[in-house]
Design a protein around this ligand. Structure first.
Ligand code: ADP
Length: 301
């Protein structure tokens, strides 16, 4: 098969591993930087050009689109979908997953457990919003944040009010969320491929920190998932329309709660923690499922 990997940097661990795994399994694979792709979007025969070369003859595309290039990256992916390539994750699903509120609304509608979350634009009574999520302590998150940046634990009602006032003063979008204390500074990353969780790890925050992000000094270890956690992760990915997803779960008193569904989950942490060939499993999924024009939406969404 001819497989295209969309990635800004061929040296990144995840990109390298996917390329290696595809070649090891006998495929013709290459990396293209989505920002260097250009296209005539009005042609009835959609094409994509890359450094003066027309990209043709590919069967499947693996999008590794960073949050900062979502807009252009999904446009290029949509063009590939219109050309009939099989996308590992489709553009519409990636777009959905990049909007935290939209994602949570979709997951809630599907009946998945989520931490109680409030969102507001401009309200007169901040206390009412805080009460809506059960009062302090609560977590306040910037919508644009990644890797734990802009995620604040407010221990008291007063602290929560101050943070909300500060974020509002900056004209930033944020949400207020119930603090799941019993998670003990740990969350679980479930790596979903197709209808299965193929690997999972627990991330534990360092002493004195509630955010378990590995970039913030969290440590990863193996974890045995309950059947409920497995089915929650698979349902979350399916609800978002993602074939491959990193579903982050908190263990709460009321069972697993979905924190986030990531459409370009990194491979380094999960392969290192579990010793599994996740990249190989992703290529295996493409081998089984890639057929021309197999996109659910073909970019119409
Ligand atoms: P980001 O997407 O920036 O990583 P998250 O929403 O995943 O932000 O939050 C970062 C970390 O903070 C999570 O991995 C989790 O460990 C912790 N955390 C986030 N929200 C809550 C919450 N409501 N209750 C308890 N811990 C939380």
């Amino acid at each position: 098969m001819k497989i295209l990997i969309m990635s800004r940097n061929a040296k990144l661990y995840s990109t390298r591993r996917l390329l290696e795994a595809a070649r090891a399994r006998g495929h013709d694979a290459r990396v293209v930087d989505p920002l260097k792709c250009y296209m005539n979007i009005t042609s009835s025969h959609p094409t994509v050009s890359y450094k003066q070369e027309l990209l043709t003859g590919f069967d499947a595309v693996i999008p590794r689109i960073g949050a900062s290039v979502t807009f252009y990256g999904t446009a290029v992916l949509r063009q590939f979908e219109m050309m009939g390539l099989f996308p590992l994750n489709e553009s519409v699903a990636i777009g959905r997953s990049r909007d935290k509120l939209r994602s949570m609304q979709l997951l809630a509608r599907a009946g998945l457990g989520l931490p109680v979350t409030g969102f507001a634009h401009s309200i007169d009574n901040t206390n009412d919003l805080i009460d809506m999520v059960g009062g302090a302590p609560c977590v306040i998150k910037l919508l644009e944040g990644t890797q734990g940046v802009g995620v604040v634990l407010a221990e008291t009602q007063k602290a929560a009010e101050s943070v909300i006032d500060a974020f509002r003063g900056l004209d930033a979008n944020f949400l207020v969320q119930e603090f799941i204390k019993e998670a003990g500074g740990a969350d679980i990353r479930c790596f979903v491929v197709g209808e299965r969780v193929v690997a999972a790890m627990m991330r534990q925050a360092k002493e004195g920190e509630f955010r378990s992000n590995l970039h913030r000094g969290g440590t990863a270890s193996l974890v045995k998932l309950t059947p409920e956690e497995r089915s929650t992760a698979v349902r979350a990915a399916r609800t978002m329309g993602l074939n491959v997803a990193g579903v982050d779960i908190l263990r709460s008193r009321h069972g697993p709660l979905v924190l986030e569904v990531n459409s370009s989950p990194g491979l380094e942490g999960i392969e290192t923690a579990t010793g599994k060939d996740v990249a190989g499993m992703i290529i295996g999924f493409i081998e089984k499922n890639a057929k021309p024009n197999r996109t659910r939406t073909r970019g119409k969404g």
